[in-house]
Design a protein around this ligand. Structure first.
Ligand code: LLP
Length: 463
């Protein structure tokens, strides 16, 4: 855990419960640029703004809860990744983090590629004009229909995830008179999360084909024999929210070893490797993520060194960041409803959304920050738990944080770094209407995914 359990400073209660919180920040009104997108700040009147627009006005116009996506911030991150990796590498944005047609257009304009993992993600990408050759198609259980469509439109690569799929994709490609570019996803026996990585038996999972026991080598053997496939490389993805490059180092070393084995056995040097996504972002001020240029430098060095040692030409590298691009670019805006102080414990602050718009806290025990954004306050910090309005006690948005003690119903609070895996994992639990995504840039706001309506939900109910 990145936060200590030793609070200090003034609070609403003398005895504080255990929790993953540090001391309250010196000034609750400060919006730490580490966790907020680049254009977020406060006006002279204390109201926060994003993309040149006041959040109170945004709430008025678009309602709450709503996700606000800072387009300039998103584009700047795309550029930072593209520049860091340069012309000899490819950056694939992982669409599972958040995908919409506007986002696809931004990616296209900024020169990024796209990783999709379902037929509908593929359809979204194509409908927004992403060239098929810049799309990678992933998934551990792609349907025949999904594969057929991907091959027909000519996706740049299909990442093969099983022995069955090697044959399936080859047959479909052949039946369409095509040769499909593919990578084989391998499990390298490394699992990395946040500050740690474990190099043990993480072959015990649904993705990929294990390097262990020669399985990946066998997959290569089979793929090289099939006319419908052009095997371009090896893919490895080791986890999520990773800060420590050591896991990538082990992964790269093992993938390069496979390339060397393939060369020795088949006389073929596979030209590409993909090291996946998983790079961490700051959800709280305690997190210290790496910059894209540091990541690119580290990965390039590792791969170059390992290839030199194995006497291989350095393959073209690709990466698939999702969270690191879109995560920090958005925040969720909520209106405060019921406030319930529990003496000696904490104050429960209920908002008009919850686990239906952010399941990550309930699902992964994820940590988030929160701030009062409709005004500033000089009141003392109070320890809060921000909860939603769902019929479940685990419906927590921010487990432990501080907000000013004069917080009142009707105030607007915002949770930063909700661009990734929040709208894309949103649900209709309790028939919640999934919130809109509003893009903001240079004083203009535009709905890019609209709010669901009662009609939308009732239309599905055809019984
Ligand atoms: N490439 C592959 C093959 C992946 O499986 C993933 C994520 C990514 C790239 C992008 O990873 P990112 O850079 O966004 O961490 N729902 C979880 C994360 C699941 C990630 C699944 N795969 C969460 O909310 O933390």
């Amino acid at each position: 855990m990145s936060r200590s359990a030793h609070p200090a400073g003034p609070r609403h209660a003398d005895v504080l419960p255990e929790g993953h919180y540090s001391a309250p920040p010196a000034d609750l009104n400060v919006l730490d640029p580490k966790v907020w997108s680049q254009t977020v700040g406060r006006n002279a009147d204390g109201v926060a703004h994003v993309g040149g627009l006041d959040v109170a006005a945004l709430a008025e116009e678009f309602g709450t809860p709503a996700y606000f996506l800072d387009e300039s911030d998103f584009r700047a991150r795309c550029r930072a990744w593209a520049e860091a990796f340069g012309k000899d590498a490819d950056v694939f944005y992982a669409g599972k983090a958040f995908l919409s047609r506007a986002v696809v257009r931004w990616l296209h304009e900024e020169g990024l590629n796209l990783d999709v993992c379902s037929g509908i993600e593929l359809a979204t990408a194509l409908s927004a004009g992403m060239p098929a050759e810049r799309i990678a198609f992933h998934g551990n259980n792609k349907s025949e229909e999904e594969i057929r469509r991907a091959v027909e439109v000519g996706v740049g690569r299909i990442v093969l995830d099983s022995f069955q799929e090697i044959v399936r994709v080859a047959h479909i490609a052949q039946s369409l008179g095509k040769r499909q570019r593919v990578q084989i996803r391998v499990t390298v026996g490394v699992e990395a999360h946040t500050h740690e990585f474990i190099a043990t038996a993480h072959e015990d999972q649904k993705f990929g084909i294990a390097l262990a026991g020669g399985q990946a080598a066998e997959a290569v053997r089979r793929a090289l024999k099939l006319d419908g496939l052009e095997l371009i490389g090896i893919h490895s993805h080791i986890g999520s929210q990773i800060f420590d490059m050591a896991g990538f180092e082990v992964s790269a070393r093992r993938v390069v070893q496979l390339l060397a084995d393939v060369r020795d056995e088949h006389g073929v040097e596979l030209p590409e490797i993909d090291l996946g996504g998983g790079l961490g972002i700051a959800y709280t001020s305690d997190d210290d993520p790496r910059e894209p240029h540091e990541i690119a430098k580290a990965l390039n060095e590792i791969v170059t060194r390992e290839c030199e040692a194995a006497g291989l030409r350095t393959p073209r590298i690709s990466v698939e960041p999702g969270r690191a691009i879109v995560g920090p670019s958005a925040f969720t805006l909520y209106e405060v409803g019921t406030i319930k102080p529990l003496e000696g414990l904490r104050t429960y602050v209920s908002v008009d959304g919850g686990m239906s718009d952010n399941i990550r806290t309930a699902l992964y025990d994820a940590e988030y920050s929160v701030a009062l954004v409709s005004r500033t306050s000089d009141a003392e910090p109070m320890l809060v738990r921000v909860v939603g309005k769902h019929c479940e006690s685990g419906d927590i948005v921010v487990r432990d944080a501080f907000l000013p003690a004069d917080l009142a119903p009707g105030d607007l609070i915002a949770v930063p770094a909700t661009g990734a895996y929040c709208r894309s994992m949103a649900s209709n639990y309790n028939h919640a209407l999934r919130p809109p995504v509003v893009a903001v840039r240079d004083g203009e706001a535009r709905v890019i995914v609209r709010r669901e309506t009662e009609e939308d939900l009732l239309r599905l109910d055809v019984g």
